[in-house]
Design a protein around this ligand. Sequence first.
Ligand code: AR6
Length: 173
Amino acid sequence: MARIHVIQGDITRLQVYAIVNAANSSLLGGGGVDGAIHRAAGPELLEACRKIGGCPTGEARITPGFRLPARYVIHAVGPVWHGGKHGEAELLASCYRHSLQLAADHGLKQIAFPAISTGAYGYPFDEASSIAIRTVKEWLAAHNMVEEVYFVLFSDHHYQRFQQFLHKEETSG
Ligand code: AR6
Protein backbone atom coordinates (compact mmCIF):
# COMPACT_ATOMS: atom_id res chain seq x y z
CA MET A 1 0.00 0.00 0.00
CA ALA A 2 1.27 3.45 -0.88
CA ARG A 3 2.24 5.92 1.77
CA ILE A 4 0.26 9.08 2.46
CA HIS A 5 2.05 12.14 3.80
CA VAL A 6 0.50 15.36 5.02
CA ILE A 7 2.71 18.43 4.92
CA GLN A 8 2.29 22.12 5.44
CA GLY A 9 3.77 24.58 2.98
CA ASP A 10 4.05 25.79 -0.58
CA ILE A 11 3.48 23.04 -3.14
CA THR A 12 5.72 24.79 -5.69
CA ARG A 13 8.75 23.95 -3.53
CA LEU A 14 8.23 20.19 -3.55
CA GLN A 15 10.70 17.99 -5.30
CA VAL A 16 8.43 15.14 -6.32
CA TYR A 17 7.57 13.57 -9.66
CA ALA A 18 4.28 15.43 -9.99
CA ILE A 19 2.45 18.24 -8.28
CA VAL A 20 -1.22 18.87 -8.92
CA ASN A 21 -2.47 22.33 -9.80
CA ALA A 22 -5.95 23.56 -8.80
CA ALA A 23 -6.61 24.99 -12.24
CA ASN A 24 -9.67 26.36 -14.05
CA SER A 25 -11.08 24.91 -17.25
CA SER A 26 -9.21 27.38 -19.48
CA LEU A 27 -5.87 26.10 -18.07
CA LEU A 28 -4.59 29.61 -18.69
CA GLY A 29 -3.63 30.43 -15.11
CA GLY A 30 -5.22 32.41 -12.32
CA GLY A 31 -4.68 33.21 -8.66
CA GLY A 32 -4.05 31.01 -5.62
CA VAL A 33 -2.00 27.89 -6.12
CA ASP A 34 -2.45 28.16 -9.91
CA GLY A 35 -0.79 31.60 -9.93
CA ALA A 36 2.02 30.38 -7.68
CA ILE A 37 2.70 27.34 -9.90
CA HIS A 38 2.77 29.42 -13.10
CA ARG A 39 5.10 32.00 -11.52
CA ALA A 40 7.49 29.33 -10.30
CA ALA A 41 7.40 27.22 -13.48
CA GLY A 42 7.99 30.16 -15.85
CA PRO A 43 6.24 31.22 -19.06
CA GLU A 44 6.85 27.87 -20.77
CA LEU A 45 4.10 26.42 -18.60
CA LEU A 46 1.48 28.81 -19.97
CA GLU A 47 2.62 27.95 -23.51
CA ALA A 48 2.22 24.24 -22.81
CA CYS A 49 -1.21 24.80 -21.26
CA ARG A 50 -2.33 26.90 -24.20
CA LYS A 51 -1.54 24.02 -26.56
CA ILE A 52 -3.78 21.69 -24.55
CA GLY A 53 -6.75 23.98 -25.13
CA GLY A 54 -8.68 23.57 -21.88
CA CYS A 55 -9.97 20.82 -19.61
CA PRO A 56 -13.49 20.02 -18.37
CA THR A 57 -14.35 20.21 -14.67
CA GLY A 58 -13.59 16.94 -12.91
CA GLU A 59 -10.73 16.02 -15.26
CA ALA A 60 -6.99 16.69 -15.40
CA ARG A 61 -4.20 17.26 -17.95
CA ILE A 62 -0.43 16.89 -17.62
CA THR A 63 2.47 19.15 -18.62
CA PRO A 64 6.15 19.25 -17.76
CA GLY A 65 7.12 21.22 -14.65
CA PHE A 66 9.66 23.40 -16.48
CA ARG A 67 11.47 25.49 -13.82
CA LEU A 68 9.73 23.78 -10.89
CA PRO A 69 11.53 21.20 -8.78
CA ALA A 70 8.65 18.85 -9.70
CA ARG A 71 9.07 17.08 -13.02
CA TYR A 72 5.41 17.34 -14.03
CA VAL A 73 2.35 19.40 -13.27
CA ILE A 74 -1.04 17.73 -13.35
CA HIS A 75 -3.67 20.42 -13.89
CA ALA A 76 -6.93 19.34 -12.25
CA VAL A 77 -10.10 21.37 -12.60
CA GLY A 78 -12.16 21.25 -9.43
CA PRO A 79 -15.83 22.22 -9.15
CA VAL A 80 -17.05 25.62 -8.02
CA TRP A 81 -19.10 25.18 -4.83
CA HIS A 82 -22.78 25.93 -5.49
CA GLY A 83 -24.19 24.63 -2.22
CA GLY A 84 -23.42 20.93 -2.66
CA LYS A 85 -26.40 19.76 -4.71
CA HIS A 86 -24.88 20.24 -8.13
CA GLY A 87 -22.64 17.21 -8.33
CA GLU A 88 -19.75 18.97 -6.58
CA ALA A 89 -18.71 15.93 -4.51
CA GLU A 90 -18.52 13.61 -7.51
CA LEU A 91 -16.66 16.20 -9.59
CA LEU A 92 -14.13 16.75 -6.81
CA ALA A 93 -13.59 13.00 -6.35
CA SER A 94 -13.20 12.70 -10.11
CA CYS A 95 -10.38 15.29 -10.06
CA TYR A 96 -8.42 13.21 -7.59
CA ARG A 97 -8.99 9.98 -9.54
CA HIS A 98 -8.07 11.54 -12.90
CA SER A 99 -4.90 13.02 -11.42
CA LEU A 100 -3.82 9.71 -9.92
CA GLN A 101 -4.55 7.91 -13.18
CA LEU A 102 -2.47 10.40 -15.16
CA ALA A 103 0.42 9.93 -12.73
CA ALA A 104 0.11 6.16 -13.11
CA ASP A 105 -0.08 6.37 -16.91
CA HIS A 106 3.20 8.32 -16.90
CA GLY A 107 4.92 6.00 -14.45
CA LEU A 108 5.14 8.71 -11.79
CA LYS A 109 5.48 7.20 -8.34
CA GLN A 110 4.85 10.36 -6.33
CA ILE A 111 2.09 12.90 -6.54
CA ALA A 112 1.36 15.95 -4.37
CA PHE A 113 -2.11 17.47 -4.09
CA PRO A 114 -3.17 20.91 -2.86
CA ALA A 115 -6.66 21.23 -1.32
CA ILE A 116 -8.45 21.48 -4.68
CA SER A 117 -11.49 23.80 -4.82
CA THR A 118 -11.14 25.00 -1.20
CA GLY A 119 -9.91 28.51 -2.05
CA ALA A 120 -11.45 30.68 -4.75
CA TYR A 121 -13.91 27.90 -5.67
CA GLY A 122 -15.41 27.97 -2.16
CA TYR A 123 -15.69 24.25 -1.38
CA PRO A 124 -16.04 23.83 2.41
CA PHE A 125 -12.66 22.64 3.62
CA ASP A 126 -13.86 19.84 5.89
CA GLU A 127 -16.06 18.24 3.24
CA ALA A 128 -13.41 18.60 0.56
CA SER A 129 -10.82 16.99 2.84
CA SER A 130 -13.00 13.94 3.53
CA ILE A 131 -13.59 13.46 -0.17
CA ALA A 132 -9.88 13.84 -0.95
CA ILE A 133 -8.84 11.30 1.68
CA ARG A 134 -11.53 8.75 0.84
CA THR A 135 -11.02 8.99 -2.91
CA VAL A 136 -7.25 8.72 -2.75
CA LYS A 137 -7.37 5.77 -0.35
CA GLU A 138 -9.90 3.93 -2.51
CA TRP A 139 -7.84 4.52 -5.63
CA LEU A 140 -4.61 3.39 -3.96
CA ALA A 141 -6.28 0.23 -2.67
CA ALA A 142 -7.31 -0.68 -6.23
CA HIS A 143 -4.09 0.30 -8.06
CA ASN A 144 -0.48 -0.21 -7.12
CA MET A 145 1.26 2.19 -9.46
CA VAL A 146 1.70 5.27 -7.26
CA GLU A 147 3.87 4.85 -4.18
CA GLU A 148 3.64 8.15 -2.36
CA VAL A 149 0.83 10.68 -2.10
CA TYR A 150 1.41 14.06 -0.47
CA PHE A 151 -1.38 16.30 0.72
CA VAL A 152 0.03 19.82 0.91
CA LEU A 153 -1.86 22.28 3.08
CA PHE A 154 -0.96 25.91 2.81
CA SER A 155 -2.02 27.16 6.24
CA ASP A 156 -1.24 25.70 9.63
CA HIS A 157 -4.94 25.67 10.46
CA HIS A 158 -5.78 23.58 7.37
CA TYR A 159 -2.81 21.32 8.06
CA GLN A 160 -4.00 20.56 11.60
CA ARG A 161 -7.55 20.03 10.47
CA PHE A 162 -6.57 17.73 7.61
CA GLN A 163 -4.49 15.57 9.91
CA GLN A 164 -7.47 15.16 12.22
CA PHE A 165 -9.56 13.96 9.27
CA LEU A 166 -6.92 11.54 8.10
CA HIS A 167 -6.60 10.15 11.60
CA LYS A 168 -10.38 9.82 11.95
CA GLU A 169 -10.57 7.89 8.66
CA GLU A 170 -7.83 5.58 9.89
CA THR A 171 -9.41 4.83 13.24
CA SER A 172 -12.83 4.27 11.68
CA GLY A 173 -11.24 1.87 9.19
N1 AR6 B 1 0.76 25.69 -2.10
C1 AR6 B 1 -0.19 24.89 -1.58
N2 AR6 B 1 -1.48 25.27 -1.41
C2 AR6 B 1 -1.80 26.53 -1.78
C3 AR6 B 1 -0.86 27.45 -2.33
C4 AR6 B 1 0.49 26.96 -2.48
N3 AR6 B 1 1.45 27.73 -3.00
N4 AR6 B 1 -1.49 28.62 -2.58
C5 AR6 B 1 -2.78 28.46 -2.20
N5 AR6 B 1 -2.96 27.23 -1.71
P1 AR6 B 1 -7.16 28.01 -4.88
P2 AR6 B 1 -9.46 26.59 -6.08
C6 AR6 B 1 -4.20 26.60 -1.18
O1 AR6 B 1 -7.95 29.27 -4.75
O2 AR6 B 1 -10.29 26.85 -4.88
C7 AR6 B 1 -7.44 30.00 -9.38
O3 AR6 B 1 -7.54 31.33 -9.75
C8 AR6 B 1 -5.31 27.52 -0.73
O4 AR6 B 1 -5.08 27.93 0.62
O5 AR6 B 1 -5.75 28.10 -5.33
O6 AR6 B 1 -9.44 25.21 -6.66
C9 AR6 B 1 -7.59 29.04 -10.53
O7 AR6 B 1 -7.13 29.57 -11.74
C10 AR6 B 1 -6.54 26.65 -0.85
O8 AR6 B 1 -6.72 25.86 0.33
O9 AR6 B 1 -7.89 26.94 -5.87
C11 AR6 B 1 -9.08 28.83 -10.57
O10 AR6 B 1 -9.74 29.84 -11.29
C12 AR6 B 1 -6.18 25.69 -1.99
O11 AR6 B 1 -4.80 25.90 -2.26
C13 AR6 B 1 -9.47 28.89 -9.12
O12 AR6 B 1 -8.48 29.69 -8.48
C14 AR6 B 1 -6.97 25.92 -3.27
O13 AR6 B 1 -7.21 27.30 -3.44
C15 AR6 B 1 -9.46 27.53 -8.48
O14 AR6 B 1 -9.94 27.63 -7.17
